[in-house]
Each structure stands twice: as structure tokens, then as C-alpha cells.
Write a protein that binds this ligand. Structure first.
Ligand code: 5AD
Ligand code: SF4
Length: 469
């Protein structure tokens, strides 16, 4: 599963490009979709850095443009094709100036569309699926020789073994928080979701690999790591003892790494929330009290049709158990409105479960039929106007809960990880344990410090805090 799939990020590690030697080839990676794509874009940038490519400041100056795409909801492919149209013009302009430009499509649209991309957008030089990013340098080399390359097979070798690690400089330029993918793919087959098709079966990275990557991050100054996976709490990697470990045990191991003071993980499935993981929330101060645990819908009939394999009552019992382990945990979730067959009564059940849980943060979407998924073939597709109207009502409730949660923090003293300069001079921005941006005076501390601050005000999208003297 993917959190915040609406997020669109453009990767432009400015500090790195400032160091680029003159004449080096440059790559511009544009990232769509979830955090897993953000992580993948960084790893692709790292793989190309080993071949002499430096990050470009803008699309215009890039010798290689890579679109790292997302396929989770509708119009993703169409968006990619229209972006490719714009980039083709750029390619033509650069060609007139005697400069070659390669265009690549990566990510889930690349996996799903494959060769079709070359047919519809002949300016594209390479198409590469998420399972083969370690082959990117070889694929780019072939494309530079004039070949059109489509690389979407599932690789037999371990991608992560073959991807070069980020340089210390690259890690530093990305800040004091980092993503670390520990698990890819999904075996759950929720009937609305393309992930099992685009990202394939569930694969867990071994403990030693994850620990080595986390140590490198910590040595470069990273203070907070978010473990990523489409279904991260299903992670079951091989431990150094040759036994299979679960995510709870992995979190305990990572908390031992000096400098790594904050741990998070996303996104989880309720069925994989086992007792060890709940115990980690109880016993591990490094594990932040925030949990993204999508329920998707509140009606048992809809949950069954979605193949979620749990009921609303199961989910509520689970939340109760987690809160018994960690009272201050903030819940976050994903919701889909207008799944085929969803009636007004079913939708009322979604509103009910939202009221019962009380979410600090949430992402909600209109159901979008994805070709090849069972949901797309189901009768009783819900009209768009009904989906719109339900989404509005759900978002009004979720927005109110988010504001209530934030307002409840005013006056409280919290630990803040200072992340970056603020938008206004003299300000810095940090993250609360519950993932909210918090604005403080720059005197509160340096980037990378974890400081105690008192929340003074809850704004629309961020909190404000003062230092405690
Ligand atoms: N339509 C709407 N939302 C979807 N999601 C996944 N597939 C679809 C779809 N076909 C949502 C789910 C998931 C989040 C990443 O995106 O809520 O948890
Ligand atoms: Fe998709 Fe369901 Fe797997 Fe999440 S658990 S990635 S929603 S199939």
C-alpha cells in the first residue's frame, strides 16, 4: 500500500548539483506518487551518479529525463503521456542546439504499459520497471547507443544487492530524515488495487542489508528513518541468525544504531499488525507514536468485496489494542469512497468508523477502476457525482478531526526534530512525533537537533512553537 499517493515530488538535490564538475552529464528525475517512488528516485540517482551523472537543477539542462510514475489511480498514464509531449518539445529544441536528450519512463506506469509507451510516445528512449533499477546504468548506456530499451521483466538477481549505496554527500544533501525500503510488492490482492500486479509478489530485504543501509544513513547525519513497503508490516526478512524476523524485532535492532533517534514505518495492513509489532510501540521510545493503518471502508459488506479480510469490528479491536500499548498514538488512514456496490448505508458505516477511531491524519480517495483488477469488472459501479459528494462529506469529517487533534496539542511540550530552514527568514521547520510540520525560531536549535518546544498555535497546515527557556 502506498501512503499519500497524491504527493508529487520533484527531486532536485541542490547541494549535490552545485558540486558537479563542468561538463558532467546531468539527470533530472521527476517523481510521482508515494514515498516508495521518492526512495526509488534517490536510488536511481545514486546508480547514475556512479556512472558520472549529476542531478540537474531543471528539466531544461538535463541530458537524461526520467519520469518515475505512479499507477495507483486514474489518469496517471494520461498525465505521463501529456508530460512526455512537453518533454519531447524540449528534446527537439535541445537537438537543434546540438545537444542530445534521453527520455526514460520508470515506475508503475512503465511496468503496466511497457512497450506501449514507445508506441504512443516515440520520443521515449527507455522504459524501466521498478524491479530492475539496478540495471539502469546498462539500460542508459544502450539507449545512448541509439537502442530503444524496454526493461520490465522481473529480475532474478537481488536488485538491492546490486544498487550502489548513496554517497555521504548525497545523503547529507537529502536532509536529516530518510526513507528506507525494506519490503516491496504485495500478496494481499485487495480488489481495487494494482500494486500486486505492478510491483509483484511480496519480497523482504534481509536484516543485514537493512541494518547496513540504516548505519550509513545515521553516519551521514540522518536522525529519523521511515521504513517503507507497500505492505511494510508483512516484512519478514532473514535475520543474521538465519531465522526469519518480523518488523517488531527489526525495529528493536535499528533502534540500537547510534544517532538514529526516530523510527517510523508505512504502510501497514491491519491483518499483519502482530503482537511483536504492537510491543515495539509499547517498549521502544524511538518508534514514533504515529501509525498509518488504512481501513479503506467501514461497511463489512464493502470490506468483503474489497477482499480486505477483516471486519470493521476487527479493526476497532486492533486500534484499541494498539492504544492500550501506546496511549498517545495518533492514527492515520486511507479511505476509498464509491467502491462498486457501496450504498449510502455502507458509506454511513465509513463515517461511523471514522468517528469511532478519531484520526489525526488521513487520505481519502474516490474509487478509481484500475484495468486488470477485480473491482473494475464488478457490477454497480458508483456514479462519479455520488463519489464526489461522499468524498466531500468524508473529507469534512476527517479535516475536522485533524484540526481537533492539532488544537489539542496547543500548550503541550513536545520533542521536535529540526529539519530545515523555514520559509521566512529566522525560522526553522521541524517535525512533531505525529508527523506535523512545526515552525520555530531558528534559535530553537540546529538542523538535526531534537529539542523540547512548547506548542503555541495550531495553523491550517502546521503548528507553531516556542523554545522553553
Ligand atoms: N481507487 C482509489 N483509491 C485507491 N487506492 C488504491 N487503489 C485505489 C483505487 N483503485 C488508495 C487506497 C490505498 C492508497 C494508497 O490509495 O486507499 O491505501
Ligand atoms: Fe494494494 Fe491491498 Fe496490497 Fe495495500 S494491501 S498494496 S491496498 S493490495
Amino acid at each position: 500500500m502506498e501512503q499519500n499517493a497524491t504527493l508529487e515530488t520533484i527531486m532536485r538535490p541542490r547541494e549535490e548539483s552545485a558540486e558537479a564538475p563542468d561538463g558532467a552529464r546531468k539527470v533530472f528525475v521527476k517523481t510521482y506518487g508515494c514515498q516508495m517512488n521518492v526512495y526509488d528516485s534517490q536510488r536511481m540517482t545514486d546508480a547514475l551518479a556512479a556512472e558520472g551523472y549529476r542531478p540537474a537543477e531543471s528539466l531544461e539542462e538535463a541530458d537524461l529525463v526520467l519520469l518515475n510514475t505512479c499507477h495507483i489511480r486514474e489518469k496517471a498514464a494520461e498525465k505521463v503521456y501529456s508530460e512526455l509531449g512537453r518533454i519531447r518539445k524540449l528534446k527537439e529544441e535541445r537537438a537543434e542546439a546540438g545537444r542530445e536528450t534521453l527520455i526514460g519512463v520508470a515506475g508503475c506506469v512503465a511496468q503496466a504499459e511497457g512497450r506501449e509507451i514507445l508506441r504512443r510516445a516515440p520520443a521515449v528512449d527507455l522504459v524501466i520497471g521498478p524491479q530492475t533499477y539496478h540495471r539502469l546504468p546498462a539500460v542508459v548506456a544502450r539507449a545512448r547507443r541509439g537502442e530503444k530499451v524496454v526493461e520490465t521483466d522481473y529480475a532474478l538477481e537481488d536488485k538491492f544487492e546490486h544498487l550502489p549505496p548513496a554517497s555521504r554527500g548525497a545523503t547529507r544533501s537529502r536532509g536529516v530524515t530518510a526513507f528506507l525500503t525494506v519490503q516491496e510488492g504485495c500478496d494481499k490482492f485487495c480488489t481495487f488495487c494494482v500494486v500486486p500486479y505492478t510491483r509483484g509478489a511480496e519480497v523482504s530485504r534481509p536484516v543485514a542489508q537493512i541494518v547496513a543501509e540504516a548505519e550509513r544513513l545515521a553516519e551521514a547525519g540522518v536522525r529519523e528513518v521511515t521504513l517503507l513497503g507497500q505492505n511494510v508490516n508483512a516484512w519478514h526478512g532473514e535475520g543474521p541468525d538465519g531465522r526469519e524476523w518480523g518488523l517488531g524485532r527489526l525495529l528493536f535492532r535499528l533502534a540500537e544504531i547510534p544517532g538514529l533517534d526516530r523510527l517510523r514505518y508505512t504502510t501497514s495492513h491491519p491483518r499483519d499488525m502482530n503482537d511483536d509489532l504492537i510491543a515495539a510501540h509499547r517498549d521502544l521510545p524511538e518508534l514514533m507514536p504515529y501509525l498509518h493503518l488504512p481501513v479503506q471502508a467501514g461497511s463489512d459488506r464493502v470490506l468483503k468485496a474489497m477482499n480486505r479480510r477483516h471486519t470493521a469490528a476487527d479493526y476497532l479491536r486492533l486500534v484499541e489494542k494498539i492504544r492500550a500499548a501506546r496511549a498517545d498514538i495518533a492514527m492515520s488512514g486511507d479511505f476509498i469512497v464509491g467502491f462498486p456496490g457501496e450504498t449510502e448505508e455502507d458509506f454511513q458505516e465509513t463515517l461511523k468508523i471514522v468517528r469511532e477511531v478519531g484520526y489525526a491524519q488521513a487520505f481519502s480517495f474516490k474509487y478509481s477502476p484500475r484495468p486488470g483488477t477485480p473491482g473494475a469488472e464488478m457490477p454497480l459501479q458508483v456514479p462519479d457525482a455520488v463519489k464526489d459528494e461522499r468524498l466531500q462529506r468524508l473529507q469534512a469529517l476527517l479535516g475536522e478531526q485533524q484540526r481537533t487533534f492539532a488544537a489539542g496539542l496547543v500548550g503541550r511540550t513536545i520533542n521536535l526534530l529540526i529539519e530545515k530552514p523555514g520559509r521566512k527568514p529566522g525560522q526553522r521547520v521541524g517535525r512533531s512525533p505525529w508527523l506535523q510540520p512545526v515552525i520555530v525560531d531558528e534559535k530553537a536549535g540546529d538542523i538535526g537537533d531534537i529539542v523540547k518546544v512548547r506548542i503555541t498555535e495550531a495553523g491550517a497546515n502546521s503548528l507553531f512553537a516556542e523554545t522553553i527557556s
